[in-house]
Design a protein around this ligand. Structure first.
Ligand SMILES: [Zn+2]
Ligand SMILES: [Zn+2]
Length: 82
């Protein structure tokens, strides 16, 4: 296994990447600023500023975070907690 300087495919930071022969490189922990949308089957990964975070800690992309059913779910969960 080898460590090399690379770039996080999600947030674009320069990070340490562990490279093992025959396997895809593994990006090391780096306080990634990118978040993945939790909407089923959505594969959007973007920086926090381009995402919507709900009270429960979930992140959604702008397209899904503003959907009425997603917003309602987020609010319902928040209400239950308090
Ligand atoms: Zn990152
Ligand atoms: Zn999404």
């Amino acid at each position: 296994m080898q460590r090399t300087q690379g770039r996080c495919p999600e947030c674009g930071e320069s990070v340490i990447v562990e490279v093992t022969e025959g396997e895809p490189g593994k990006v090391m922990e780096h306080g990634c600023e990118a978040r993945a949308c939790e909407y089923p089957d959505c594969s959007v990964i973007a920086l926090k500023e381009e995402m919507v975070q709900f009270a429960g800690g979930e992140w959604y992309c702008l397209g899904h975070g503003l959907l009425p059913d997603v917003v309602a779910k987020g609010e319902a969960r928040e209400r239950r907690k308090t």
